[in-house]
Design a protein around this ligand. Structure first.
Ligand code: NAI
Ligand code: MG
Length: 346
């Protein structure tokens, strides 16, 4: 697999994830081969680009990509995002962005009603089209009548496959899908989205579903997070909801994500939701659980669900003890302490 530690705490949490992967792979007789790439803002500053010109070709044959985080002060965030992450997601048609969220025992959610063990949901975000398109432009720059236009692009094929993915996933869980919409305000793309959701839902009579306007849904995620199972949304709605839900879970440091090409044509990419955290980078105190859980999702995707479940069980166990919880979760452990706890639980 390809490993891109990236910037800041990205490298620290990826190192921890590799230790955990090695331990579990050993027990399950899984052979893991890592190829590391130093693609990052550091590289941009010294060589002028986040990755080499043939970077995507080098990744193409990997079974999976494990990424830490990219971004660093002095390099504009759109450069790090569009110079590495977005090209990987789009070139490799990683059209599903999967973000599981749980409030674990031992973790205090900032939301009073979000009790440990009760909140367990997945945000399924469309990852390659929708609102994040390059179509549009600026007109009349510098004049008072200056305009900016950006087009959202929703395709029947694109909406169908993400909705199908959400329904199939729900079947393996509590069989309940909530679709994020805004068809009262966005009058072309969102009714189109809603129509396709209703069509595809008809093919899954065993899965309960509903649609909620994004604003009301955001409020419900805070007020009744335990109510949700699978939430499916467009690129923009899914992006916002998943960060909101990750905050409900107690710390962004725990939140994992997968960027999947479910067809298996291209490698899928696994990365914690958090960024490079320049404010704590280099101190050895980053919470590695987001990266470790992402690594578990990678094993699951590669066909090793037993090994993946063991990692998640180790995460659960480590969170029960404040001495093995990191500081962002009110504990006292540093990155190494959390990692050692995971290894001993494994
Ligand atoms: P961030 O996620 O890096 O940090 C936000 C806050 O959460 C900080 O106070 C940080 O210390 C804390 N935090 C994050 N992860 C943590 C962990 N594992 N353990 C303990 N505390 C943790 O977001 P921010 O500050 O907005 O962005 C910093 C840089 O990262 C920017 O350049 C941004 O563009 C980039 N970024 C990259 C992402 C990616 O590679 N997928 C995602 C988000 C941000
Ligand atoms: Mg985001």
């Amino acid at each position: 697999m390809a490993v891109i530690p990236g910037d800041g705490i990205g490298a620290e949490v990826v190192a921890a994830a590799r230790q955990v992967l090695d331990a579990v792979a050993d027990r399950h007789h899984i052979e893991l081969d890592y190829t590391g790439y130093d693609w990052s803002c550091q590289r941009y500053l010294s060589q002028g680009s986040m990755m080499p010109a043939d970077g995507l070709d080098r990744l193409r044959d990997a079974d999976a990509i494990l990424l830490g985080a990219v971004g660093w002060p002095g390099v504009p965030d759109h450069v790090s995002l569009w110079g590495l992450l977005i090209p990987i997601r789009r070139t490799f048609r990683q059209y599903v962005n999967l973000r599981p969220i749980r409030v674990f025992e031992g973790v205090t959610s900032p939301v009073r009603g979000a009790r440990p063990g009760e909140v367990d949901l997945v945000v399924v975000r469309e990852n390659v089209e929708g609102e994040y398109s390059e179509i549009g432009g600026r007109f009349g720059r510098g004049f008072p009548e200056e305009q900016a236009v950006q087009e959202a692009v929703f395709t029947r094929a694109g909406v169908t496959r993400i909705v199908d993915h959400a329904f199939a996933l729900a079947r393996t869980r509590r069989s309940y899908v909530t679709s994020a919409t805004k068809s009262n305000g966005i009058v072309h793309t969102m009714p189109f989205w809603d129509e396709i959701v209703a069509e595809r839902a008809a093919g899954h009579p065993d899965v309960r579903w509903d649609a909620e306007h994004i604003d009301a849904l955001a409020a419900k995620l805070v007020l009744q997070p335990e109510r949700f199972d699978v939430i499916v949304g467009s690129n923009l709605f899914g992006d916002i909801l998943s960060d909101l839900a990750a905050a409900v879970a107690g710390s962004i440091g725990i939140a994992p994500s997968a960027n999947l090409d479910p067809t298996g044509t291209f490698p899928s990419m696994f990365e914690p939701v958090h960024g490079s955290a320049p404010d704590i980078a280099g101190q050895g105190i980053a919470n590695p659980l987001g990266a470790v859980w992402s690594a578990a999702m990678m094993l699951d995707h590669l066909g090793h669900p037993g090994a993946a479940a063991q990692i998640v069980a180790a995460i659960e166990a480590s969170l029960l003890d404040p001495a093995t919880r990191s500081r962002d979760l009110g504990g006292t452990a540093d990155t190494r302490g959390v990692t050692e706890a995971l290894l001993s639980h494994l």
